[in-house]
Design a binder for this molecule. Structure first.
Ligand code: NAP
Length: 217
């Protein structure tokens, strides 16, 4: 079973669609379901905000007995503050959703992971320190760098249970987040799923572009 956060739109919805189309069982987790998500005919759990501990406990209770083969931390937000228009509340909000969200969700559901399960974090190369040559985006970059190191710790902590953990960058993808600029979500998600299918436990704790090459931290 494949659990996806932020499954109601964007990259999350397209992942739910492509997994569904090939016959995988998906649980789409979101705040409010969309028609597109419902149309897949898969299980949908709505009312889950990844910043709410109470919601995540509710989610965990409703999944009792389920084994999660792929836990996909996808929900995320982006705002574009620079040094001259720094809005600390927006920086903190991105940290809450993009960094704390995957930490909370993965911690809440860790009991449902078994040998061979994989955890994915849909992060961004904007969280790469080596790759940052254009600056700005304080909240987004900081939150994605933070989630990358959380993912690295998950990989160490879960390896003895046979659970692999991988950080994935989807590329620049046409969704609401980018005002529909970038490559089509269908193309980016095909690459993401290929990585999800092929990454193995020996590679746990690594950071990949969906196109198939490793990214620097
Ligand atoms: N698009 C790109 O070019 C790009 C590049 C690099 C990385 N990414 C990453 O890819 C992931 C998906 O992005 P996207 O492009 O698909 O963005 P999107 O179209 O804006 O979708 C964002 C998703 O995250 C959910 N979400 C946001 N805040 C949430 C919260 N507090 N609790 C639960 N769900 C929440 C949204 O749900 P609601 O509908 O309820 O708001 C929505 O389902 C994000 O982590 C993003 O950082 C995207």
């Amino acid at each position: 079973m494949i659990l996806i956060s932020g499954a109601n739109r964007g990259i999350g919805l397209e992942m739910a669609r492509q997994y569904s189309n090939r016959g995988d069982e998906v649980i789409g987790v979101c705040r409010v379901a969309s028609d597109g998500l419902r149309a897949l005919g898969q299980r949908v759990i709505e009312g889950i905000d990844v910043t709410s501990e109470a919601d995540l406990q509710t989610l965990s209770r409703s999944l009792r007995g389920v084994t999660i083969d792929r836990l996909i931390n996808n929900a995320g937000i982006l705002s574009r503050e620079g040094l001259d228009d720094l809005d600390v509340d927006r920086v903190l909000r991105q940290f809450e959703v993009n960094a704390m969200g995957p930490l909370r969700l993965t911690a809440a559901l860790r009991g449902m992971l078994g040998k061979g399960s994989k955890v994915f974090i849909i992060t961004s190369r904007m969280g790469s320190i080596d790759d940052n040559t254009s600056g700005g985006y304080y909240g987004y970059r900081m939150s994605k760098a933070a989630v990358n190191i959380a993912g690295k710790s998950f990989s160490v902590d879960l390896k003895s249970r046979g659970v692999g953990v991988f950080m994935l960058h989807p590329g620049y993808v046409a969704t609401d987040m980018t005002n529909n600029h970038g490559v089509p979500a269908q193309q980016a998600v095909a690459g993401l799923i290929e990585r999800m299918d092929t990454l193995e436990l020996e590679q746990t704790g690594s950071f990949w572009h969906q196109e198939g090459y490793e990214l620097p931290w």
